[in-house]
Design a protein around this ligand. Sequence first.
Ligand code: 0X9
Ligand code: ZN
Length: 299
Amino acid sequence: RTASYDRFMEFVEIDAHIHETADGNPAIASVLDLGFSYGGLEFHGLKLSNGQPGQKAVWFDCAIHAREWLSTPVCLRIIDEVVANPALRDLADWYILPVANPDGYDYSFTDDRFWRKTRRPTADANCPGTDPNRNFDFLWDAGNPTDYCSEVYPGTGAFSEPEVAAMGNFILDIADNLVLYVAVHSYGEMILYPYGHTVEPVPNVDQLIAAGTGTASADAIAAVAGTAYTVENSASGLYFTYGASDDFAYGRGAVEFAYTFELSAGGSGGFDPPASQIQPVVDEVWPGMLALVEYVLAN
Ligand code: 0X9
Ligand code: ZN
């Protein structure tokens, strides 16, 4: 089963695709077991590797926000490219998680196209769900809202969401070799770098900007798309955040390079582009991802 780029795939199909990719390429692909979502979905990532010991590693996750469907095909395209191209596996080991919030993702297909959070109930029966991208174990309680109904409700504690705990702990487990963390979201055509809680520049801010722009990622995207992704500090580019995945990976020392890519907007609400937008977006973003990986591994 190949990945589809002419329609949005459902969670079960994506999970089957991950397993079939691993089964069909046993020498280079292995399934990452992330355990179970709150709702009982077993979810998986994929590791692609030529098996060299001590190899540097890069991480990509998609659809931690349920409605951001356009992100998942970007992860699937990375898988396609890295499976097909041995030289990419000589560059690094690749860890890819196409659906980081499976319960929410499913719910956005079945019930509410614009669902963002997880599906675990809160103390307010009218407002289930936690924003998984405020639930990571880094500055978790520093400034997030406590309103259960908020779209950015951070949960009852860091890693209260099983999906988030599994992903975060996995990243810490591979931190020794990990050099790059990328979260793929939509929308805004931005490449955001840490931190989300302060506009104070981080120590390697020049490197983060150089990798994100310059000869690297944003320029590669612009060359294909004519679309100018802006490279910005999360807090100045957006709003203040605490407990986000990129800041966790960076702030806990798992990587020196951490980014959130915000893809193009589409549809009525920005998050619901038509399926016809999938192919152009993955075509424009893949060169940016590759340029970023190449830059980070060379520096
Ligand atoms: O707010 C978010 O979680 C992300 N934007 S979205 O519209 N997709 O929800 C941006 C996260 C950027 N990273 C940090 N703020 N640390
Ligand atoms: Zn998002």
